[in-house]
Design a protein around this ligand. Sequence first.
Ligand code: NAP
Length: 310
Amino acid sequence: MAQNPVYDMIVVGGGPGGYTAALYAARAGLNVLVLEKLSAGGQMALTETIDNYPGFAQGVDGFTLAETMQQQAERFGARSEYAEVTALDLTADLKVLQTSAGAFAARTVVLATGADPRPLGLPDEEALTGRGVAYCAACDGMRYKGKTVVVVGGGNSAAEDALLLTRIARKVILVHRRDTLRATKIYHEPLRQAENLEFRWNSVVTALLHDGQLNGVRLRDLTTGAETELPCDAVFVSVGRQPATELVAGQLERDAAGYLVADETTRTSLPGVFAVGDVRTKPLRQVVTAVADGAVAVHMAEQYLAGGAL
Ligand code: NAP
């Protein structure tokens, strides 16, 4: 730690919320470091086209938007370090973060660690990941060009994934545990009209069938209890996300689903620690709400650093 300065702010996670916090912090004259595991953007960087982030009339690809956000923050002096955080001590005034690149200390910490795809929790699911089990249609869809694929879930992600896959795969089967989609109405009609898409309502996947490579799924009809086998080349799991908060368990208050409890101020249960983007409790997880969080977090952090309100 000796060779590293004490930062005014360390941002953990380089997604849209994290880099917006870094931008606002740098522009406010704070000495700010972003710790990012791989590359900027988080989940956003895996999104093929973002059509609901204002300012891009023709949409923008997530990877480009991520890189641009990073460059913008760095233009004002924010620093990025590619390192994995392995432990944090957030309780004292001086927060200490252990990482794969050594220890770092800061007076405030912004947690922008996001949320990862939730698995189905079925036997062999992990071993089959990349062998027919996938969690991101935009990333892995092309591997199943002309094939039969199953999408599991009924939210916006499942709807988007299913629509994308109808343009790539021969056949898409959308398996949902209820008889109606949770996804917003805008997706319903295009899904119904897709000729190569079939719905399996009130159904869940109970087994992944394989010979080392996925070749089908077993489905249970929740209304009749009947089980059937459905041959397919891939299953895209799109059943929501789980927040990356394990490292701070026990230090910060989390809700039942594991999200960091923080309101619109982004303040967590510990002074000087803020939660932005998908990782915090909030009604809508979007790029646009993540970037808003980043700006608010810096506003609150400045008050905290000035010795004012927490
Ligand atoms: P989500 O909205 O939480 O939906 C998860 C879906 O998976 C639900 O339909 C749920 O069923 C189902 N599900 C959950 N656990 C399951 C299990 N074990 N087995 C079978 N099905 C299961 O998650 P999401 O679609 O990943 O979206 C996450 C957030 O990102 C949401 O806030 C969403 O609005 C946002 N998002 C927005 C856009 C956009 O605006 N363009 C695009 C993508 C994501 P139930 O319906 O029965 O609960």
